[in-house]
Design a protein around this ligand. Sequence first.
Ligand code: ADP
Ligand code: MG
Length: 611
Amino acid sequence: MKKIIAGVDIGNSSTEVAVAQLEEGYVKFLSQHLVKTTGIKGTTDNVKGICTALKEAAKKASISLNDIELIRLNDAVPVIGDLAMDLISETIITESSMIGHNPDTPGGAGMGIGITVLIDKLSTLEEKEQEYIVVIPKEFDYEWAAYQINKTEQNGITITGAIVQKDDGVLIHNRLTKKIPIVDEVSLIDKVPLNKLAAIEVALPGYVIRTLSNPYGLSTVFELDPDQTKQIALVAKALVGNRSAVVILTPQGELVERKIEAGRVILQGANKQELEVSINDGAESIMGIYEKLGTLQDVKGETGTNVGGMFNGLRHDLAQLTGQPAQEIMISDFLAVDAVIPTTISGAIAGELSMESGVALASMVKTDKVPIQKVASLLEEKIGINVEIGGIEADMAIRGALTTPGTRKPIVILDMGGGSTDAALMNEAGKITSIHLAGAGDMVTMLINSELALENKELAEKIKKNPLGKVLSLFHMQLEDGTILFSNTPFPPHTFGKVLIREENELTPLPNILSMEKVRDIRRSAKRRVFVTNSLRALKRVIPTGNLKHLSFVVMLGGSALDFEIPQMITEELGKYGIVAGFANIRGTEGPRNAVATGLILSSVRKEVAQ
Ligand code: ADP
Ligand code: MG
């Protein structure tokens, strides 16, 4: 008897479908399709995406949707919130007196120190002993502004620099009789305090500022005492690597410092055992304490701290989502990695950031109630086809993975998805041990986004997935390894001189402040911090002895196994233990994709045959 069934794998990122025809225990795969998961994994919002994927897969198989007799869903628990990822550090809020900025094309070069004064008040100045820095909001035309500055100079008043709101720095500079450094594109110019002592520094093209990015430079300019210098160090740090900066001193008493502690993590294990560790100790200590604890029952964050806020927020969000009381929601795993965190400095005129070190956390949350049942019911109702819930995701993945040519039991899989890294071991007898760990592709994207201060997830995702290049001339591009690529057709003008992401059919330029080396370093280290760490963690757990040397074959699955670097990094790391690791080729055609959906179909066949 013929029967058509579908396997549906709801992931954090993707919903994958496989459609197959079963005939007397034989399976013939007809088609597969992948869509972006709608809503959070394991919630009824997923139904929309599932329907789209099924329709497309049916179309590809040239069957009608109603020909499908049974849909098998993966047991999509534990639920993982995207929300679970957060960067945690100590936030120091300095009601700061000082600000820096990095426009593309400042004017002039050098240092200037003086009292801030509005451009239309220049004519009222009389104090010849005093030096001034002129502030030029956008309503003032560059030609008029230059004229005013020149005239004031002729009257014997010294102007040592200018702060300009529009991108007019060069235009004004060209018209000055006495050249001064000019910082432009200061968007929030109305926040620049007037009648205050300010310093301005602009470096020559290709150079970076030296005085204002040095705490002792600042203390010299503003005659600060050691305590004040300590407070200002954060500002100096924020200015490191900038081509230009403005720092303004506000009177004493306006300096307030407030701290929100990073906080302590409280890990709860079996038998009410509790261990604590401070976020400030760094990722290695945190993960070390976790290992010492062994089985994790739940994690809490110290209240009133950054980490407390994060875990509470997570619990609260999931409680709302599942209709369960927050205290019943447990964190079953987490991954901490060291991260560099851009911290906004309050008082910033143009969104300046200081890079602080902190810890990024991904966590996996378990809810008791199984919301996937709701998804199944709703899907059944909507689509009119029987829906059943298949086995554990990692079990299904391993069945799918075994369709990779050249593999056999015993086998270990690493399913590297968006939210979690899942691992499973199938021993010779066919017995499966599986685990789900927090932290995967989305965490890498988050780290890239944060450490490059992009504030653009799509761009971070693109950086993650593609190599870089730098267009040197119309026909030459330098690649990451230093080699030069010659192109037969000229590169588009907007890419000239830029570091860009080399997608297959598109070149996406990156912001000027990012160098190729920096982006590459952060990209690779983010991948390592998440995936190398997690693959070791995963393998140690699924192998009964915990000894990696007892293992020989590892097959990588999931979207992150498509990455152009991650599989090699893992292969290299596991090679140290004599393990052969590579990415899967599901059914000999699908690459690392579709393992769970394929496994859902195969597992149902095995069951029928057995009956
Ligand atoms: P899930 O099972 O959690 O839905 P997937 O297996 O679909 O996850 O994997 C999603 C992850 O894979 C995302 O983090 C995505 O960025 C990443 N990914 C997808 N395609 C690629 C690619 N070509 N290169 C690198 N990463 C990729
Ligand atoms: Mg998956």
